[in-house]
Design a protein around this ligand. Structure first.
Ligand SMILES: *Cc1c(COP(=O)(O)O)cnc(C)c1O
Length: 486
């Protein structure tokens, strides 16, 4: 029954019948000239029902947060409330055009301004831009701001960015793209930044340290005050990778712990959809000494009027067309308003509780290299299972057979056979218990029936792909020369 839409195609079959047109047919050749196509496009000719089945079938081939548990560590795959979508689809938002006069878009400007203010309050830094399209883009914006700051101080010696070995891969990549040299420091035995290792690399050539707190092991950097002091005394700045803000809202503010710049992935903490290449959103917040460098335009308020401020001669310039992905900003603002101050704090408390619950229930069967209270996520190691010939990849693939998404694997690099698990706050205890059941069953299988795990997945639309080839050369086209004619 799994026929593809092209196989179902029959000449002349249509999804709709329109009444005959009363308008004379245009002379297309005269209109289009040499641009007129000579052969009709090879589109499938199908009924409406076949078209609907085609798209619904495609939508079921992928795992999504709306279909199942998604504990992909560091990605914060929380539920995206549908009310956010409904609000961003209100006519007054959806039908705006970026070239409209400011007089006509006061409501949209006010929403952006209020979102800036909310984020400023959440992170404890005074000035915010909503322009970047994603986390890595926000990192680049932040580092460009840091670069310009030192240029304006005529301090051209600061060419290095310090990055801990637990950092997300985007951090060193961004630093390199922004024209800095990356200096990696090793974490200590507790998985945290080692102040001694930091001291050894600090000096007049360091522009900034990029830190994720809690770090990608899910651990809070307890020595953050000391780190802050060391970096500032050496004349450097502190960059906060706020992708993991889900762990600390209402509990700690990056600005209060001495960070100068911070980016937030709206598609993680603030429940806007993870794009799959579609629109993402990111806020960059900075300390007042960096405010003048923010990308133009910045949304400002004067009395009851809101406007785009382009008159910022020290700005790093634009980092994105127009003003960011506005529909995403509406969703993030709706999420913040829905929860309010106490609700956002509860989000973080619940995210921490869910992660610690799973960690405690799984640590008897899976090695837990850093056995301490975690924040929003934790990292197991599959080394016990590896001794039985089963890798983290095997475990991840087997999880798919049970209808859950796999954790992040082989990251962070400091843990061998890493399984990085982030349940998020939106999952119920029953779902967490089901996942524990899956993991314990897989552990059992590694002893009793290892082949089942070794050859997984058994129930997904495709089995083990060459993941590199699938990403670099995806096969997305229907090849009618190979099709069986029916
Ligand atoms: C997700 C993530 C990023 C990158 O964000 P994108 O929106 O995917 O570019 C950076 N740092 C950390 C810690 C992350 O988890």
């Amino acid at each position: 029954m799994e026929k593809l839409i092209y196989e179902k195609s029959r000449p002349g079959r249509r999804a709709q019948t329109l009444p005959a047109s009363g308008v004379p047919e245009a002379n297309l050749s005269a209109l289009l000239g040499s641009a007129e196509r000579l052969l009709p496009p090879k589109l499938p000719e199908v009924s409406e029902l076949d078209a609907v089945r085609h798209f619904v079938r495609l939508s079921h081939l992928n795992h999504s947060i709306d279909t199942g548990f998604y504990p992909l560590g560091s990605c914060t795959m929380k539920y995206n409330p549908k009310v956010n979508d409904a609000l961003s689809c209100l006519d007054g938002f959806r039908e705006l055009h970026p070239h409209q006069d400011e007089d006509q878009i006061q409501g949209a400007l006010e929403l952006m301004w209020r979102l800036q203010e909310s984020i400023s309050e959440i992170v404890g830094l005074p000035a915010v831009s909503l322009q970047p399209a994603a986390g890595a883009h926000g990192e680049l914006t932040g580092l460009m701001i840091i670069k310009k700051y030192f240029q304006r101080r005529n301090d051209s010696a600061r060419t290095k960015i310090i990055v801990p070995d637990t950092a997300h891969g985007t951090n060193p990549a961004t630093a390199a793209v922004a024209g800095f040299t990356v200096v990696e420091i090793k974490s200590n035995a507790e998985g945290l930044v080692d102040p001694e290792a930091l001291k050894a690399v600090l000096g007049p050539d360091v522009a900034a340290i990029m830190l994720t707190n809690p770090n990608t092991l899910g651990l809070f950097e307890e020595k953050i005050s000391q780190v802050q002091q060391l970096v500032h005394e050496a004349g450097g700045l502190l960059y906060y990778d706020g992708a993991n803000l889900n762990a600390i809202m209402g509990l700690v503010r990056p600005g209060d712990t001495g960070f100068d710049v911070c980016h937030l992935n709206l598609h993680k903490t603030f429940s806007t959809p993870h794009g799959g290449g579609g629109p993402g959103g990111c806020a960059v917040a900075v300390a007042s000494k960096l405010e003048q460098f923010l990308p133009v335009p910045v949304v400002v308020r004067s009395g009851d009027r809101f406007s785009f401020d382009y008159n910022r001669p020290e700005s790093i310039g634009k980092v994105k067309g127009f003003y960011g992905n506005f529909g995403i900003l509406v969703r993030a603002y709706a999420y913040i308003l829905t929860h309010g101050r106490s609700g956002l704090t509860q989000v973080s408390r619940d995210a921490i509780l869910n992660a610690n619950y799973l960690k405690e229930r799984l640590k008897k069967n899976f090695h837990l290299p850093y056995d301490r209270p975690c924040m929003h996520e934790f990292v197991l190691s599959g080394i016990y299972q590896k001794e039985r010939g089963i890798t983290a990849t095997n475990i991840a693939k087997r999880i798919l057979d049970f209808g859950a998404h796999a954790p992040t694997v082989y990251f962070p690099l400091v843990v061998s056979e890493a399984l990085m698990i982030e349940p998020t706050e939106t999952e119920s205890k029953q779902t967490l218990d089901e996942f524990v059941g899956i993991m314990l069953q897989i552990d059992h299988e590694t002893k009793e029936s290892p082949d089942v795990v070794h050859n997984a997945p058994h129930s997904t639309p495709v089995g083990r792909l060459d993941e590199t080839l699938a990403a670099r050369k995806p096969n997305l086209r229907w090849d009618d020369t190979k099709a069986a004619t029916a």
